[in-house]
Design a binder for this molecule. Sequence first.
Ligand SMILES: Cc1cc2nc3c(=O)[nH]c(=O)nc-3n(C[C@H](O)[C@H](O)[C@H](O)COP(=O)(O)OP(=O)(O)OC[C@H]3O[C@@H](n4cnc5c(N)ncnc54)[C@H](O)[C@@H]3O)c2cc1C
Length: 358
Amino acid sequence: MTQLRTRFPELQEGVPLAPLTTMKIGGDARYFLTVTKREDLVDALRIAREEQIPVFFLGGGSNVLISSQGFAGLVIKNEMRAMRVEGNRIIAESGVILASVIKAAKDNGLVGLAPLHGVPGTFGAAVRGNCGVPQCETGDFVVSAVLLDKNLAYKTVDREYFGYSYRHSHLKESGEIVVEATIELLPGGDPKQIQEEMMIMLKSRKAKQPWGKSGGSFFKNPTREYSAGFLVDQVGGKGMRVGDALVSEMHANFFQNAGHATSEEMQSLASLIKQRVKEQFNIALEEEVEFIEARPSAKGHYRGAGGLVATDHGAVEYGGGYNFLEGVRFPPQCAVYLHGVLCWYPCRNTPSWDSIEQ
Ligand SMILES: Cc1cc2nc3c(=O)[nH]c(=O)nc-3n(C[C@H](O)[C@H](O)[C@H](O)COP(=O)(O)OP(=O)(O)OC[C@H]3O[C@@H](n4cnc5c(N)ncnc54)[C@H](O)[C@@H]3O)c2cc1C
């Protein structure tokens, strides 16, 4: 029996993940735990690491497409939600809903976040993914953050550490978890005026974006010249459908679950669109929404951060999610998921990184 159950009697099994995402797609989590305290997070990650259980760290589920096969590991739902305002700074734990941070800023007359009003999800995911709108990005306001690294050690980093760019930070590769972050805003704003700005943003969002089950923009904008929505529209994407996966008629970069769509249907639809855009514009669209595979898989088949497993015969990547397996040795066998298939390699035959890449 897993030690997770001993340490966390509230641990659940077979929890449906679809309701915890905005796309409403995803099978069951083998294990499921909600964390409200960072000590619990560290303990859960430590036990999962010792027992070689893959981990997926879930925020508000608004930027993920979870496999309809579920997740064969531990899903940790982030509900660490302490927040305080100090002068023109807001210090919030990563599980605080972004909307609550925006509201706290408004209530305290702190200017800057209003354009982000209406973006769902948690503060931590916004800090990690540099969530943004044309007017600003989350990274613009970050001063520092407390992260949890793969050795389960806390580290305090400044803004530079993130290496922010469009919808990206270095954390997407490192797999570090944002535990808490501090943002700095302009003081002296009028809460009423900020509220008005927020309402304008929401109105414009409602006018341009469809409501319903989606993950927001499906693809990243590939260039300044062409938005992903424009390209999808140009290749006749609007209204395209695979099963219940549908490209919105209102906004071509919104892929909707029009009923009971599966992750496979959503991925097939995305592949078709990508192929058309590649053929007609020679542009390779890249997903903004992250696909979470049911099982850890080899590099290239999962977009999230994976772990490097040091074996006697070189390093191989052990799948996606925050599996925190770095440094773990696998005598006498090594398990690797290749194309979703679990392969056991005797250590002497452990494939090299290069052979997995091919
Ligand atoms: C209707 C709609 C509109 C949207 N509009 C916008 C928009 O205007 N701009 C924009 O940028 N995005 C937009 N999004 C996308 C989404 O809201 C953001 O990407 C958001 O930041 C995701 O937060 P989340 O908590 O839901 O993350 P999740 O979907 O739960 O997780 C996303 C990824 O972040 C990782 N993660 C979550 N929390 C942490 C943490 N604390 N530390 C490290 N990794 C973490 C997860 O493991 C996962 O890999 C929209 C989505 C929807 C559904």
